[in-house]
Ligand binder design. Sequence first.
Ligand SMILES: *Cc1c(COP(=O)(O)O)cnc(C)c1O
Length: 422
Amino acid sequence: MTIASKASLECAKELDQKDKIAPYRDQFHIPKDNNGNNWIYMCGNSLGLQPKTTKKYIQQELEDWANLGVEGHVEAKNPWMPYHEFLTDAMAKVVGAKPLEVVIMNTLTTNLHLLMVSFYQPDKTKYKIVIESDAFPSDRYAVESQLRFHDFDPKEGLIEWKPRPGEELLRLGDLETILDQQGNEIALLLIGGVNYYTGQYLDLKKIADLGHAKNCIVGIDLAHGVGNIQPELHNSGIDFAAWCTYKYLNSGPGSLGGLFVHEKHAYNKDLKRFAGWWSHNKETRFNMRQEFDIMPGAEGYQLSNPPILSMAAIKASLDIFNEVGMDALRKKSKALTGYFEFLINQIDTDRIKIITPTNPEERGCQLSIQVKNADKRLHQQLTDHHIITDWREPDVIRCAPTPLYNSFEDVYRMIEILKTLI
Ligand SMILES: *Cc1c(COP(=O)(O)O)cnc(C)c1O
């Protein structure tokens, strides 16, 4: 195929026709303009779209609550007491973990704190925490507050893993240097598996090996990775991870988060942690006046009985992921983002630079596009054309063509409009 014919609407439509996952687009509510045309929604990295089945899943729980009241804990079609268990297998598959290692509970930042209660155990000499310099603000605030909580000064205790001057991406060699120089003082690495700003997907196994060689605990924030890449959490050997489910997992605004604790820690009852009745052995939980008996694995991190309506939305979404499978999803994702990249590179301008890695193994679906001399007006103009992207100061548009509901035609039309704006 010539470059010109590949960069055509016909080609985009043909790619959609050949795409086995394309029919899933119809399973999502795609927002529309006043003329009934679909928006081009490239913001699944911020808030995923709603599966059409979500309403039915939530409706089921509303009906069971209406008809059964408290009896729904046991008698509901999907009994509420063990409801989180209905999500575990599918969730574990999406992140490449064993069911023992995964639970859905709370929200992301809360889970990071609960995990750090167990896994950030500093002493006077080994107390520093490494994060990426471009870490998501909530993660930065979380680790700074953990340092302060243990009476350390974040200015001293927080080490930033930075891109080199003039570069955007992180190099593992630089993390290795940090660990060689200060490893004896570092207690924890808390790294975004896929960086929210650049879209860079880091090699989790290498990070785990580097950290563990210096006796550091390795934790991963997977907010931009879950449902987007295949992180193989168990095999990576990392100690813990946390993520949200409202981005690529399409479970609705503010929905619950997920947590991974590696099997090697599952039976360690001596790990310090915060507890509640939902971390207690489920066989005897309701005997109440018993001595605390912690559950093994990730389940033992739960505190409270969870909000079932949000859990139902997660179930609706995970059922779709389970049906499609991450292998097929990732394959389409590479093709779709690859096509997006190809079209961007065809734009005749020197104002545009993609800062996301070019190697498909080092990125998920997102491309972060830097536009020289642009400001937020460009983002507004895109939005006026119902192209939903995400703007990061000073000059980056983050676009996430997600394989479940974005089409090759979406990507083509987005570029046609971007061309007219720059
Ligand atoms: C989206 C995101 C968050 C948001 O945290 P919440 O606790 O869910 O509000 C935190 N960290 C990262 C890296 C994120 O991408």
